[in-house]
Design a protein around this ligand. Sequence first.
Ligand SMILES: [Zn+2]
Length: 248
Amino acid sequence: MGEKVSELDVLAIFSHPDDAELSVAGTLLKLKAQGYRTGVCDMTRGEMGTRGTPEIRAIEAEEAAAVLGLDARINLELPDGQIWLTEESRTAVVRVLRAHKPKVLLTTHWDDPHPDHAATSRIVREAARLATMKRYDAESGQPALKMPAIAHSLFSRRVVPSFIVDVSDFVEDKMRAIRAHSSQFYSAASVEPETRISQRNFLHEIEQRMNYFGSLIGVKAGEPFYVREALNVDDPVALLTRPMNIYS
Ligand SMILES: [Zn+2]
C-alpha cells in the first residue's frame, strides 16, 4: 500500500504508527464516509517503543489502515525518538506531499510535550510551504504544489480549539483501529512490560477525552483542531446556527 501513489484529499502526518489513530481516526473515518480520499503518513516505525517490534507494528498499521479505509499509508522510516527539523526530514515530507497532493493536512500541535510530535508539527508546516516552491528539491522532478491547509490535532487543554469535529458515529471504529495496534495497548494475555498506554484505563481515557470535546459542541464525541490561519467563512449564519454549547 505504501508504494502505490494515489492522490488524496486529506493526509494525516504523525510521528509514530498509532498516533493518527489515537488523535484523528474519527475525523478520518467521517471524511471517508463523506467520500474523501484519506491517507496517513507515519514519520517513524516506532522502533523505540517498549512493546512490539517494527515488523509487528507495520502489520498492525496495515490492519488499522483497513479499518479506517485509508487510500494510502506511508512510512518515512525516520529514526524514532530523534525526529528533528532537518533538510532530510523536510525533503522527505515535501516528496510525500507532492506525490499525493493532499488539500488538507492533519498533524500534531507544536506545543506537544513529546519532542517527536512537536518536531513533526514543525516539519509539516515548513514542508507544506516548501512544497509550493518550484526550485525546492527540483532534482526530484516533482511539480510544485498548491499549499495544503493545516489543522493541528489538540491534546493540551491550554490550546483553545478552532473547531471540533462531531465523530459520534465513528467512535466504535476509531477504537477498533486503535486496538489493531494490539502490541501497544491493554491485553490481559500480554506478557510484555507495562507502559502508560498499555494500562487498561488508557483506552477508556481516550474515549472520555472524545466525550469531553463532544460535550463542548453538544454531541457525544468530538475531535478538536487548531488552525493558525484565519478561517474564510462563506456563510456565517449557516456556520453559527449549527448546534453549539454556550457552556463550552
Ligand atoms: Zn507518538
